[in-house]
Design a protein around this ligand. Structure first.
Ligand code: FES
Length: 59
């Protein structure tokens, strides 16, 4: 089974949920992710991990 770590502890969102949100909303930046699904827009400590997910998705 693929690893699905919790990325945003503020919202209790794991990697697959964030990726789903990125795809559903066409997010290209951490700002857009924050605007669309709020991940990264609460405390901000997961922003780097969200950037990594974006980099993987668009690489
Ligand atoms: S851990 Fe994602 S905004 Fe706080």
């Amino acid at each position: 089974m693929a690893e699905d770590p919790v990325i945003c502890t503020c919202l209790d969102m794991c990697k697959s949920e964030i990726l789903e949100g990125i795809r559903a909303n066409g997010c290209k930046s951490v700002e857009e992710v924050g605007d669309s699904i709020e991940a990264g827009a609460v405390c901000g400590s997961c922003v780097e991990d969200i950037q990594t997910i974006l980099d993987e998705e668009y690489s």
